[in-house]
Design a protein around this ligand. Structure first.
Ligand code: ADA
Length: 579
């Protein structure tokens, strides 16, 4: 059953989806007195955003969702939430069984067997801003409300397969795969199970593993994988990696992952994929859609991917948070390389909950998304004070955390501090958000300005950036869809063409630049509120339509004038490059 992914993840483990209409009530309409509502006056589809409900387009606050679930006396019940925006509390039969903060990463709740038969599941959701959230703040994108990604109901045995991660590598003898199987024991007895793995028609025995009561154990093995085909943007070959758990020769649990054989590395100032130079060309993409908000259904995701491919893209940056895994699955399938980043856009690094919440967002992102071959870069901390000593402390903390979880992918952050940046020694790739021709300078000055920056970078002044690959991680201009003006003034589609044409030619022709990500794929909704925690005024509503209008397509995915220019320039490059 395909629920949170685009492929089936289990043949043995019973699993079902909780998609459908749930009972629903928003706090402002709740008349009851109990902390967890007993009465509901609406229904809502899960997954979706409540802003799609007429009258709730701007609702910010708490709401409750209710549905029924059927337990199974033999198994433990595991609920997997792919994304709830953005604070959640989970109740089964009135008892709280879990909670989670942040909209953009998967999380789970396991309810011991016997406690869940025909039960009531209630989820409290809150999309308000406040001191409880360091990462969801009034921003140049919208924080929607709801159970915005699918929910899985699984029946798991006392010891089950929690995660399987796989690292491909090349040796003189061919491809290898370092596989780590993480088992979790949710009962109060020590148990022994047998682990085996199947890949590309071959079976690999991981032997017997004992897991103590309430604990987790990982077992690792490196597999020789002769005769496999590589994953690359032009030939995205994928393989299923099936892990089985047996109890006295009976298979009691399984987990199917999907992997690709590719190696990403930085060599001097180049980015190499399977040893070939990679030139990234693509977009920053927010999860936002006119009708679905951030709860974009797979058909609409597939349409976005089709547009990216039509534009000649091989790259997308998940600005500024971990994405829905179905979109990442489609990038795996369609050969689109991904820079995925944990959730942070100009957040307050000195917020008391910052470290706790950025740690959770980063750990959950890497633990759940590890095996996507399309993910070639981990990013973090977009425009977060990388020109201050305390900002450097936090960049060091987050980048060290990423490297401790995954040493195989290069790490970067998108900088907007120019020659004041003091963190470029920390990264593998230098990434620059630059708006030449929009916020400063003229479009025609782009080439001269970027050359000055690269000269600085390759001097000792840059404190560690010298010679590193450069990605132009953001650049672009706003255009109101349909606003045609031969004067080519700001906000006209003609001016957006002028900026993008000059930016792209300057960046894609420069030998020191290995990637470009236009800001941005589509127009997105922004937050009308100001940030009271930092006494920041309501800045975002100054944007026309209270939208960020720098999309190459608008929020309905209708192409603007620049679409064809970008396509021509991207296609010109793709013909000349192998990847
Ligand atoms: C910044 C930021 C983006 C967006 C962009 C803009 O670079 O990283 O999220 O806000 O500016 O449109 O101004």
């Amino acid at each position: 059953m395909k629920i949170t992914r685009t492929f089936n993840r289990h043949k043995i483990r019973p699993i079902t989806g909780l998609n459908g209409n749930w009972d629903f009530v928003v706090e402002s309409e709740y008349k009851g007195k109990s902390q967890v509502p007993r009465s509901f006056n609406r229904s809502i589809y899960v997954p979706s955003v409540w802003e799609s409900i007429p009258g709730l387009e701007t609702y910010r606050g708490r709401a409750w969702f209710r549905t029924g679930i059927t337990g199974n006396r033999q198994f433990n019940t595991r609920l997997v939430f792919a994304g709830v925006s953005h604070s959640a509390k989970v109740y089964v039969n009135g008892q709280q069984v879990g909670d989670h903060e942040d909209a953009f990463t998967p999380w789970d709740v396991v309810i011991p067997k016997g406690n869940v038969c025909d039960s009531e599941l209630i989820v409290e959701v809150d999309n308000s801003f406040g001191e409880h959230s360091a990462l969801h703040i009034p921003n140049d994108y919208y924080t929607y409300g709801g159970i915005t990604r699918p929910v899985e109901l699984q029946y798991v045995p006392d010891v089950f397969i929690e995660h399987v991660t796989a690292i491909p590598s090349q040796s003189a003898k061919g491809w290898k795969l370092a596989v780590t199987v993480k088992l979790r024991n949710v009962c109060d007895s020590n148990l022994v199970r047998k682990v085996s793995v199947k890949l590309n028609g071959r079976d690999y025995d991981f032997g017997e593993v004992s897991v103590n009561a309430g604990e987790r154990v990982s077992v690792k093995k490196t597999l020789d994988c002769p005769g496999v085909k590589e994953w690359s943007p032009k030939s995205p070959f994928l393989y299923f990696l099936t892990t089985s758990l047996s109890e006295s020769d009976r298979v009691v649990d399984d987990l199917i992952e999907r992997i690709g054989f590719r190696v990403i590395e930085v060599k001097g100032s180049k980015l190499l994929l399977n040893g070939e130079e990679l030139l990234l060309r693509g977009y920053n993409r927010h999860e936002d859609h006119s009708r679905f908000g951030c709860a974009i259904p797979p058909e609409a995701m597939a349409h976005d991917i089709a547009l990216l491919k039509d534009l000649g893209c091989n790259f997308v940056r998940t600005s500024h948070y971990p994405n829905d895994q179905r979109f990442l699955d489609m990038c795996d399938e369609m050969g689109i390389c991904v820079w995925e980043e944990s959730h942070a856009r100009t957040v307050n690094l000195r917020h008391p909950l910052f470290r706790k919440q950025i740690t959770q967002s980063t750990c959950e992102m890497i633990e759940w998304h590890y095996n996507h071959p399309s993910i070639i870069i981990w990013g973090c901390l977009n425009e977060c004070d990388s020109d201050t000593e305390w900002g450097r402390e936090e960049h060091t903390f987050v980048i060290d955390l990423i490297r401790s979880l995954d040493s195989t992918r290069p790490v970067t952050f998108a900088d907007d501090r120019g020659t004041k940046d003091i963190c470029l020694d920390l990264v593998d790739i230098v990434s620059w958000n630059r708006y030449y021709g929009w916020y400063y300078g003229t479009p025609e000055e782009t080439a001269e300005n970027i050359q000055k920056e690269i000269s600085w970078l390759d001097s000792k002044e840059s404190r560690g950036g010298k010679g590193k690959p450069i990605i132009m991680s953001e650049f672009g201009a706003g255009a109101i869809a349909g606003n045609r003006d031969t004067r080519a003034v700001h906000w006209s589609e003609e001016y957006q063409v002028r900026v993008l044409e000059n930016n792209l030619k300057a960046y894609m022709e420069h030998p020191r630049i290995c990637g470009v990500a236009i800001w941005q794929f589509c127009d997105v909704r922004v937050t009308p509120e100001g940030d009271s925690s930092r006494n920041w005024p309501a800045w975002w509503p100054q944007r026309p339509r209270t939208m960020n209008n720098k999309g190459t397509v608008d929020e309905y995915r209708r192409p603007k004038l620049c679409y064809e220019i970008v396509k021509k320039l991207f296609k010109k490059v793709s013909r000349s490059k192998k990847l």
